[in-house]
Write a protein that binds this ligand. Sequence first.
Ligand code: ADP
Ligand code: MG
Ligand code: ZN
Length: 479
Amino acid sequence: MAASSAYEAVIGLEVHTQLLTRSKIFCGCANAFGAPPNHHVCPVCMGMPGVLPVFNRRVLELTIRVGLTAHSQIAERSVFARKNYFYPDLPKGYQISQYERPLCVGGYIEVPGADGAPRKIRLTRIHIEEDAGKNIHRPEASLVDFNRSGAPLLEIVSEPDLHSAEEAAAYLRELRAMLRYLEVSDGNMEEGSFRCDANVSVRPRGASELGAKTEIKNLNSFKFVEKAINHEIARQTAVLQAGGKVEQQTHLWDAEREETRPMRSKEYAHDYRYFPEPDLPELQAPPGLVEAIRAQTPEVPSARRARYARDFGLSAYAIEVLTQEREVGDYFEALIKAGVHHKAAANWTMSEVLRAANASDQPLIRAIPAAAQTATLLKLVEQNRISLNGAKTAFAAMCKSGQDAAATVSALGLAQVSDEAAIAEACDLVLSTETDKVAEYRAGHEKLFGFFVGRVMKTTQGKANPKVVNEVLKRKLAP
Ligand code: ADP
Ligand code: MG
Ligand code: ZN
């Protein structure tokens, strides 16, 4: 659903991501998904009167890690602010967030463009806040679960630099991959640890001012983000084409009807009556912390993509597949370190490793054999001691059994026979029982060659090295 070319879409995204800390942001309760309702709660995260928040330092460290990676400025001092609003899942009546002085300011994220060339999407800010609880609506009653209340959140706000649903999705994929590489968030959209609100406006192409925007809430999958943005672009374009005005509103994405619905007229910052949180001091990083984190920050997807292109000359597609998840690229590199050629390592990782990992509900490293074992298998292929198909069979078996490569190859009888004498014997046997066909072949019916190869392979139960079989047969069938 492309917008009419007379109009241009403008999109800015606000992403909320839960941080992988052990405890919540302002209390000692576990920050864990999946417990029975109201299991990880205390007076602080349930918003009882008179309690005081104590800031979890790990949140500061993880946020700085993200900010540095995103090229943001890390503020020496930042300030927590109260964002006041009423909702049953927020019993304090306010959310502790950051407003005028967030921890990270500016920066950008490099997103692969449609043509493969990276594009910089600027960030406005990254700030820290606490999550609210969760309302559960049942026909007989509405319930509140406070397990999520006080979970540490980052809000990552982009500048309005995106111009299509596909571009927005690419940005989100990149951001999510980055957060996972950094081990800052698991990025699990189904569990709500990576959520997105999309701000969308449309303006006449070439206009310098931004149009009125709508904010679409409740987007919890990449598919919905794309659908909702496309729907909203089409809707606003139609309004403008008909000479109407787009109203600044908050919309809710209705996944069942695949449309956006106005939820409320847009609230403004002053509606929240933000003010500095009196129960917490200014947030100030201890001396040396930023530099210490900078020194430890792991490689991110964009850097890894550039390195793979430079060192291995892989296709853009291969690079994309190998860098989406950190463990996949790590495994590919471990194969190379163990002596496998990078082309073979890439092919094997993209096919067999991902197939096995996807079929398993375990994390990749537990779903597949250690790289050293896989490397042993691939070297047997290189030395013609097993066939490529034999290696696939062995690999699948190793994923299940956890046995090593050599034991598996021998247990499954996959070793390939390359011994010329043994193969010559099998060839002789076949040729001596097929004298008519041999005569036909020698009379010029050369297509029969494949028939002989097939018979020899069958006689050797598929274990003969096909290359050697070909050579020996050629020799023996020569007139
Ligand atoms: P609000 O006060 O409504 O939350 P902000 O200025 O904080 O608005 O911007 C929130 C998000 O909306 C940011 O990602 C920003 O890039 C984006 N945004 C702002 N104005 C527009 C616009 N006219 N069209 C599209 N996105 C916009
Ligand atoms: Mg906002
Ligand atoms: Zn608590």
